[in-house]
Design a protein around this ligand. Structure first.
Ligand code: NAD
Length: 496
């Protein structure tokens, strides 16, 4: 595609500025290698300037009435809707998703902006009776200050919205570090916030790597909250680095999600759900189904359906109408995915289809991997335990329902799960027993709605949730207020 290449800047205190060092890095398309843009390769100095701007803007922003903050988010949501097609195309070019999925990513940001805009007129606290006469008690949500927002490349418009929209409506200011693989989308996101009327300094963007920009943000003493979506390894590093200042750290990390298919499942429906969940976004969703736990009675039949469907899928650039699977994000992801194919074979799993880099028809210009299915996978094999983050899924046979739940739960992660069954009793047991933050019944593992909490149990996170009302707990502190109108000293809990 013919495209216009541009040089971009950081956005600090309402000004577009270069990195202090003057250094830059490039963003390129994973489908074709075309240059998307040139971005500032920032460092600690740039982060410090952005935090200073956000700290100073906080003093006014926290006092803007919450409904007025929400109005800006309404305008932002409307602008994202207006530019949805442009954003989806840019996403397809910069990150690789097929266009309908890119549109879905943008739609999540629209939905989240409108949802959080409405929070401007809620942000409910509580009032409660007092144990003493002539005394009024309430609890209110208070903004916290500067929020450090660190995002991955796989949902480059949706995830920033999941963090920045609630942060802003709650009265915080933001320093945003987008992923280095998707800086153009991070940039465009901020441009639209500015167009929507976010005042100078309230949102700042600093481009650059995790070790330089991200780490400085995490360690900066004036950033009390860090919200990170990324890999487990990054989550551990961030949690440790944030410890010295006892920061609030909100982590949304990796997954190794299982779809359970019981012997009474509607198998065509299950196959559709598995293909969509395993290979959508080229398997690069945190909720992707990288394990399929199948009752042995339907194992053979399901396997044939899956292989046939996977082999029908067409690989290509995400913006071409007949593409089913786009590229993976970069060369190192391609190499990592292929190394797991080799690991699976060494472990004794049976490669049913895929397992190779896709070439020919122009695919050599990008990072394409054939949809890969392993059979006869043992639950403890590395391909069934570790996050591969590519179009690879592992079929694990089980004997019965209890075995299925045990295998599904037998991992360190706990993001999403699903069960296909027509037995309502077993469906309800699975809803209770699957150790994940999200469980689907008779649907794949992907496709969240913004008004419900989103996040994982176990080592997928540290107990917080994004989206829904739960997100407000990340971006506010509770304050309890007692108003004594008795006109005399009343002592709580002290016998009089
Ligand atoms: P990543 O961990 O490599 O990077 C995430 C972000 O952290 C990037 O902006 C990166 O620059 C930054 N970073 C890296 N090291 C850092 C450090 N030491 N200090 C501060 N920041 C640092 O992850 P990725 O490859 O961009 O994304 C894929 C991962 O994200 C997968 O593990 C996936 O499961 C996970 N993910 C989770 C969810 C969820 O909601 N649970 C959603 C999407 C993606």
């Amino acid at each position: 595609m013919a495209v216009e290449t541009k040089t971009f800047q950081n956005f600090i205190g309402g000004e577009w500025v270069d990195a202090v060092s003057g250094e830059t890095f490039e963003s390129t398309s994973p489908a074709t290698g075309e240059l998307i843009g040139i971005f500032p390769k920032s460092g600690a100095d740039d982060v410090d300037r952005a935090v200073e701007a956000a700290t100073s803007a906080y003093e006014d922003w926290r006092l803007v009435p919450a409904p007025a903050r929400g109005e800006i988010l309404y305008r932002f949501g409307a602008l994202v809707r207006e530019y949805k097609d442009e954003l989806a195309l840019l996403m397809s070019r910069e990150m690789g998703k097929v266009l309908p999925e890119a549109g879905g990513d943008v739609q999540e940001a629209i939905d989240m902006s409108f949802y959080m805009a409405g929070e401007g007129r809620r942000l409910f606290g509580q009032t409660t009776p007092s144990e003493l006469p002539d005394k009024f008690n309430m609890s209110v949500r208070m903004p916290i200050g500067v929020i450090g927002v660190i995002t991955p490349w796989n949902f480059p418009i949706a995830i920033p919205s999941w963090k920045i929209a609630p942060a802003l409506v709650c009265g915080n200011t933001v320093v945003f570090k987008p992923a280095t693989d998707t800086p153009a989308l991070g940039e465009r996101f901020v441009e639209l916030l500015v167009e929507a009327g976010v005042p100078a300094g309230v949102v700042n963007v600093v481009h650059g790597g995790g070790a330089a920009v991200g780490d400085r943000l995490v360690r900066h003493p004036d950033v009390p909250v860090i919200t990170l979506t990324g890999s487990r390894e990054t989550g551990v590093a961030v949690l440790k680095a944030a410890a010295d200042h006892l920061k609030h750290v909100h982590l949304e990390l990796g997954g190794k999600n299982a779809i359970v298919v019981l012997d009474d499942a509607e198998l065509d429906l299950a196959a559709d759900g598995i293909i969509w969940s395993a290979f959508g976004t080229s398997g690069q969703r945190c909720t992707a189904a990288s394990r399929v736990v199948v009752h042995e009675r339907v194992y053979g039949e399901l396997q044939s359906k899956l292989v046939a469907a996977a082999e029908r899928m067409r690989l290509g650039p995400g913006w071409e109408a007949d593409t089913d699977i786009g590229p993976v994000i970069n060369r190192s992801a391609l190499e990592k995915i292929h190394s797991y194919t080799e690991i699976g074979q060494e472990e004794g799993a049976k490669l049913l289809t895929g397992g190779e880099v896709a070439t020919g028809n122009g695919l050599d210009q990008g990072f394409f991997y054939r949809p890969t299915i392993f059979a006869d996978v043992e639950p403890e094999m590395r391909i069934a335990q570790e996050e591969i983050f590519g179009p690879t899924t592992a079929l694990i046979p089980v004997k019965d329902f209890d075995d299925a739940i045990r295998v599904a739960n037998g991992i360190r992660f706990g993001l999403s799960s699903s069960i296909f069954t027509r037995d309502v009793n077993r469906a309800f047991r699975a809803m209770r027993d699957l150790q994940t933050g999200i469980t689907y019944v008779n649907a794949g593992t992907i496709g969240a709605e913004v008004h419900l909490p989103f996040g994982g149990m176990k080592e997928t996170g540290n107990g917080h949730r994004e989206a829904g009302q739960a997100a407000l707990d990340v971006f506010t502190e509770w304050k309890s207020i007692y108003v004594d109108y008795s006109g005399k000293l009343q002592k709580a809990q002290i016998d009089t």
